[in-house]
Design a protein around this ligand. Structure first.
Ligand SMILES: Cc1cc2nc3c(=O)[nH]c(=O)nc-3n(C[C@H](O)[C@H](O)[C@H](O)COP(=O)(O)OP(=O)(O)OC[C@H]3O[C@@H](n4cnc5c(N)ncnc54)[C@H](O)[C@@H]3O)c2cc1C
Length: 406
């Protein structure tokens, strides 16, 4: 986006990427359908950026979901809005869109240099790149850095830029997992992570749905939503968990653990659950009783067995309360390399309103390497597009101020 804004403004643009091809994480996002943006009203859209709403809002007002959809149309791609409000390209693929976009960039004059790994600046303030054929030095009038966060480093964004910018005196908030899964504390061995062998061997990879997740942080912030998640080898992941993940991650950082509560029958009220669980079960086993009276079976029934003490099953009211509010103790976010996105990055306080590093005139930053986070739902790509465009336009304006001709 920065390259596009700059080249459209008349600048001569060179785009460098360390990988053999560009946009690898964009292509990975396409595996999930490429959720480009979201159709909710702009004000609620902007509120998704939480603490960084003040910094992200101006970028989205200049280039928000509507402009992004128009941009995709202009490139030849229709979009559709799913029942959740998420917006996807009609073919739900990233590759055709990326191909068309790269074609348009090349046609406009952008020179793309792959296998060029940026390693910082030399003593003469030239950009240094490592390439398979040796080092390359580049003298640029302006630079836009868009080197990504730290998730899926095998796709190129390995956060090697962090020490480079820190050495230059730029404030960088520590990169942390965002939209991530978590490890559970073993219900059998307090302090160690993971489900019992019995549970994970049968249920790892299976979804739990419908379910509601409630989490109240020690700061009083409350999350409550219905949806679904997936049981993993050592814990939980999936859309509902990702949505709660920022607060849960911060709670674990503060307290060493976080307790979420699951409502396994979110469409039933407690009184109904108590009534059905307390219904005389005759000679039926407890699991067939639960299944016939409440419909609880399979993974939901197994979660109760995994997480409750055997004596809890002797008291219908205790069991009913657990079905409506089953505590799960989470002890760690999954490693940053395997999560969807990262929080943290270049502090907005280090940047001016056009995303130029105040201490490094002519150097701009955009995308996930900036210190913001947002849930899944198209909010990540939209802010990357918006900040890329803002940094490109910022660089263009700065070049003009410096009297640099195209
Ligand atoms: C599995 C998965 C699914 C996702 N799905 C969605 C989705 O559907 N919707 C959504 O909104 N978001 C989604 N995301 C998040 C989204 O893909 C990212 O937030 C977005 O790609 C970040 O864009 P970026 O340009 O800032 O960084 P990146 O896309 O990470 O690009 C950074 C680029 O910089 C290059 N680079 C890094 N360091 C150097 C260096 N030193 N020298 C040269 N080049 C370098 C990398 O090779 C890379 O090409 C998903 C993420 C994952 C992991």
């Amino acid at each position: 986006m920065a390259a596009e804004a700059l080249v459209q403004g008349g600048a001569s643009v060179d785009l460098y990427d360390s990988m053999p091809s560009v946009g690898r994480k964009f292509l990975l996002a396409g595996k999930g359908g490429l959720n480009l943006t979201h159709s909710e009203p702009l004000e609620s859209f902007i509120a998704r950026y939480c603490k960084r709403e003040p910094q992200i809002a101006p970028l989205l007002r200049a280039f928000g979901p509507g402009q992004l959809i128009a941009w995709a149309h202009d490139l030849g791609f229709d979009v559709f809005t799913g029942s959740s409000g998420r917006v996807f390209p009609s073919d739900m693929k990233a590759a055709p869109l990326l191909r068309a976009w790269l074609h348009r960039l090349r046609e406009s004059g952008v020179s793309i240099h792959t296998r060029h790994r940026w390693t910082g600046w030399n003593a003469s303030r030239l950009l240094q790149f490592a390439t398979p054929t040796g080092g390359v030095l580049v003298d640029a009038d302006a630079v836009v850095l868009a080197a990504g966060g730290a998730s899926w480093p095998q796709l190129g964004s390995d956060a090697a830029w962090v020490p480079i910018l820190e050495t230059e005196g730029v404030a960088v908030a520590a990169l942390q997992p965002a939209n991530c899964g978590f490890d559970v504390e073993s219900p059998r061995h307090a302090g160690s992570p993971g489900w019992s062998e019995h549970f994970h061997s049968r249920f790892s990879g299976q979804p739990v749905k419908p379910v509601a997740l409630t989490f109240t942080g020690s700061d009083g912030a409350r999350f409550q939503r219905q949806g679904e998640f997936v049981v993993t080898r050592s814990g939980i992941e999936g859309s509902l968990v990702y949505a709660a993940s920022a607060g849960v991650r911060d709670e674990i950082a503060t307290s060493g653990f976080a307790v979420i509560h699951l409502d396994l029958l979110p469409d039933w009220d407690l009184a109904r659950v108590i009534r059905e669980v307390a219904h005389p079960r005759g000679s039926k086993s407890l699991s067939s009783h639960l299944q016939s009276r409440t419909g609880l079976k399979g993974i939901k029934s197994a979660l109760l067995r995994e997480l409750l003490a055997p004596e809890d099953f002797d008291h219908p009211e205790t069991l009913a309360h657990a079905i409506k509010s089953l505590p799960v103790r989470l002890t760690a976010a999954r490693p940053v390399a395997e999560v969807i996105s990262t929080a943290g990055g270049v502090a907005f306080e280090s940047l001016d309103e056009r995303l130029m590093i105040r201490a490094m005139p002519g150097v701009f930053c955009a995308g996930e390497m900036l210190d913001w986070e947002a849930p899944t739902g198209g909010y990540l790509l939209t802010a990357c597009f918006a900040s890329g465009r803002a940094a490109g336009l910022g660089a263009l304006a700065w070049l003009k101020e410096q009297g640099v001709s195209a």
